[in-house]
Design a protein around this ligand. Structure first.
Ligand code: DCP
Ligand code: MG
Length: 385
């Protein structure tokens, strides 16, 4: 008895160009191409006006210039793109915790069971689009379907600046009319091989005897592709924690030059980060230190743990080790210290709590968290530091 799922695939329209247009509204309505402007440059993206002339992502810039000489050519603002991306993902996370980012401007959302909060899927999708338009200034297209695969394909039909919903009982009709190339995973070579079998559409692919497809594309993928052609996809929307990090930092009211004082600050920051980390249920692979000198030079240092962990001691020990290394390189006072953890993932299988393992640290830290929740932040201070 599997519950019917509702998956969204959200993808910003002509993302880099859209950001450039927020920065410079005079670009609105013009053909705009962002990419490497040198002789060997390639197109990162083109506005929909420029796409009409046959310009597209990954194309050599020389060809784009020939096809659309009247376009505005820009090398772009990378740092801005990450900033806009972050704001977009923050909006998505207002709708469900299950947001799986797949690229800088694209994510899957598992919206199963969210109707009570946000209404029917189309209404929720329009609300996401509205907030993105108003708060980020960019158009986002959203595909809705009962699986990731169908949602992804639906978002192609939603573009630009729209919503496209495929109901569960419409999946086969929706899939079957599409050319085989529309299925993610079928590239030009597979399409060519299928064409020799007179297979042009996903409907033909789904209903063709599997034998010849096996011989054309290989034994393992033939049956799988036929299922995909029917829109069958049971993969879960998984929140990828890899890119996530948790951090805390403090700017001192007066620059600090005592190493003991720095270590004490790092202890507090480590405990704060550790507590938030344990709140996610995940373990971190990396621990990072951030240090800003009075002249505002900022250095960050990172270390990878032998075993992913979530305990305060692992974090504070690592970050203090990084501090010793860093101030060994350049003595003097600091104005800001920060602690971060990244490379978050599912914890490894539990080991014994009796030995001196990271799990023991984790268990103790968890108990401290609960005490702090009951008695307040300053109720318990761990020794040392
Ligand atoms: N990008 C890139 N090189 C590529 C493809 C994409 O640098 N070969 C960058 C530029 C795009 C951004 O990634 O703006 C997002 O990629 P998309 O494939 O989502 O393309 P767009 O957002 O530009 O257009 P669309 O409206 O088709 O999503
Ligand atoms: Mg996009």
């Amino acid at each position: 008895m599997s519950q019917q799922r509702t998956v969204f695939h959200a993808d910003l329209d002509a993302f880099y160009v859209a950001v450039e247009r927020v920065l410079d509204p005079s670009l609105i309505g013009k053909p705009v191409i962002v990419g490497g402007l040198g002789n060997r440059g390639v197109v990162a993206t083109a506005s929909y006006e420029a796409r009409k002339f046959g310009v597209h992502s990954a194309q050599p810039m020389a060809i784009a210039r020939r096809r659309c000489p009247q376009a505005v050519y820009l090398s772009g603002h990378r740092e801005k793109y990450s900033e806009f991306s972050k704001r977009f993902f923050e909006i998505l996370e207002q709708f469900t915790p299950t947001v799986a980012g797949v690229s800088i401007d694209e994510a899957y959302l598992d919206m199963t069971g969210s109707e009570r909060l946000f209404g029917p899927p189309k209404v929720a999708a329009e609300e996401i689009r509205k907030r993105t338009r108003e708060q980020v200034g960019i158009a986002v297209s959203i595909g809705i379907g009962p699986s990731r695969l169908v949602a992804k394909m639906a978002s192609e039909d939603a573009k630009p600046d729209g919503v496209f919903e495929v109901q569960p009982d419409e999946v086969e009709t929706f899939m079957f009319s599409k050319p085989v190339r529309a299925l993610p995973g079928i590239g030009p070579k597979s399409a060519e091989a299928l064409a020799t079998l007179k297979i042009e559409t996903l409907g033909q692919l789904a209903e063709h005897p599997v034998g010849p497809i096996r011989r054309a594309l290989g034994p393992n993928i033939a049956a799988w592709l036929q299922l995909r052609a029917r829109g069958v996809d049971n993969s879960a929307v998984k929140v990828r924690a890899k890119s996530k990090s948790i951090s805390a930092e403090t700017t001192f009211s007066e620059d600090v030059d005592s190493v003991d004082e720095m270590a004490a600050a790092l202890q507090r920051l480590s405990e704060r980060v550790g507590r938030r980390l344990r709140g996610t249920g995940m373990h971190a692979r990396n621990v990072g230190l951030k240090l800003r000198y009075p002249d505002f030079t900022t250095v960050t240092r990172q270390t990878t743990l032998l075993q992913a962990a979530d305990g305060d001691d692992v974090i504070s020990d690592s970050v203090k080790m990084l501090l010793r290394k860093t101030i060994g390189e350049r003595a003097g006072s600091v104005r800001l210290l920060g602690v971060s953890v990244s490379g978050l993932g599912e914890p490894a299988a539990q080991l014994s709590l009796l030995d001196d393992s990271p799990q023991k640290d984790s268990a103790i830290s968890g108990a401290v968290d609960r005490a702090k929740e009951r008695f307040g932040e300053d109720a318990i201070k761990r020794g040392g530091g």
